[in-house]
Design a protein around this ligand. Structure first.
Ligand SMILES: Cc1ncc(COP(=O)(O)O)c(C=O)c1O
Length: 354
């Protein structure tokens, strides 16, 4: 049985909206889409009177090259946030199905489930296990109504990464039962590779990637879901007809051009060097109880008095993410690694508190 059998029956049977672009492509005289024949002058220089290509082939090819994935295994979305929402809507019947998550974790899985009226099965991470999920136990305890399991790796907000072999074994144990969705928003910062390369091994594995983090394109809103081609085709039916605005396509093509990879590598290099420096500094600070190991571009830090640190930073216009109300994260703040100048501002505030 294919994992697609676990998708909502009405989505499997859904006849996708047939857009003007799908019917005629972008060549020739377009009198089929009720567009204005005149393009307003726009500072970005793009012709915006025409609907954009739904999944631009050159952008799919570029993302395929970046992610080491065949384009037919990719769906381009407005950030991973949209992919999370699409998955929940395509697989989970309101009031009937559930998703599984490992709190404390990135909040959008829960929000997407709440919007769709879908239950959430929680498998809390424990500090004693290094905040890594007990995947064999989860596979046993996940209920039959669970359609999607979201694993965040590297994990937000803690920073740990689950070994690839553990995730693959987990996928096997849930084969035909649930789709395992691995959110790799921060994987470029990690020393462990992406699971995209393992897609061929598991039909019930999907990987979420984004240009919002290491690529510095959070404002452009581009993410990709990598998965089995049949899964991509199913989700395309749920995705709105024209999800990728033309200026976004153009800007992503420009920034991710292979000739500019050096710039990407340089930014990554600076962030990782600053991360190492900041880590050493935090570990020695008398304000700090613990710095959790991180494979991402942030640290989860437990302070002796996190409220004091949080407020002192805020008073200087410096915002940290308070995690102290999350289960198991008492006294913890999440700190994003900034530029060298930004990090020095943080250091100055911490020094003044000592
Ligand atoms: C783990 C994780 N997944 C997904 C996202 C959303 O990313 P995007 O900007 O691609 O929607 C974030 C953003 O912070 C995140 O931390």
């Amino acid at each position: 049985m294919s994992i697609l059998q676990r998708a909502r029956p009405n989505i499997r049977a859904l006849k996708a909206y047939s857009s003007a672009h799908m019917e005629a492509g972008s060549e020739g005289l377009r009198l089929n889409a009720n567009e204005l024949p005149f393009a307003p002058e726009a500072g970005c220089g793009h012709q915006l009177n025409r609907y954009p290509v739904p999944q631009p082939p050159e952008l799919l090819a570029r993302m395929g090259e970046i992610l080491a994935c065949a384009p037919e295994k990719l769906l381009l979305t407005r950030g991973s946030d949209e992919a999370i929402d699409l998955l929940v809507r395509a697989f989970c019947e309101a009031g009937q199905d559930s998703i599984a998550i490992t709190p404390p974790v990135f909040g959008m899985y829960q929000v997407a489930a709440d919007i769709q009226g879908v239950a959430v099965e929680t498998f809390p991470l424990e500090e004693a296990r290094g905040f890594l999920p007990d995947l064999p136990a989860m596979a046993e305890q996940i209920s039959p109504r669970c359609k999607l399991v979201f694993l965040c790796s590297p994990h937000n907000p803690i920073g740990g990464q689950i070994p690839a072999t553990d995730i693959l074994a987990f996928c096997q144990s849930l084969a035909e039962r649930a789709l395992v969705v691995v959110d790799e928003a921060y994987v470029e910062f990690s020393s462990q590779g992406s699971l995209v390369e393992q897609l061929h091994a598991c039909e019930n594995l999907a990987v979420l990637r984004t240009l919002s983090k290491a690529w510095g394109l959070a404002g452009a809103r581009l993410g990709a879901l990598a998965g089995h081609p049949e899964l991509i085709q199913l989700l395309r039916k749920v995705l709105p007809p024209y999800p990728i605005p033309e200026p976004v396509r153009a800007v992503v093509m420009e920034v991710t051009d292979p000739a500019r990879r050096k710039e990407f590598q340089q930014h990554l290099h600076i962030v990782l060097a600053e991360k190492a420096r900041l880590q050493a500094l935090l570990q020695q600070s008398p304000l700090v109880d613990k710095v959790f190991p991180s494979q991402a571009n942030f640290f989860l830090v437990r302070f002796h008095d996190s409220r004091r640190v949080f407020e002192a930073c805020r008073a200087q216009g410096l915002h940290l993410r308070d995690q102290s109300r999350q289960p198991g994260l008492e006294g913890c703040l999440r700190i994003t690694v900034g530029s060298p100048e930004e990090n020095r501002r943080l250091e100055a505030v911490l020094e003044a508190l000592q």
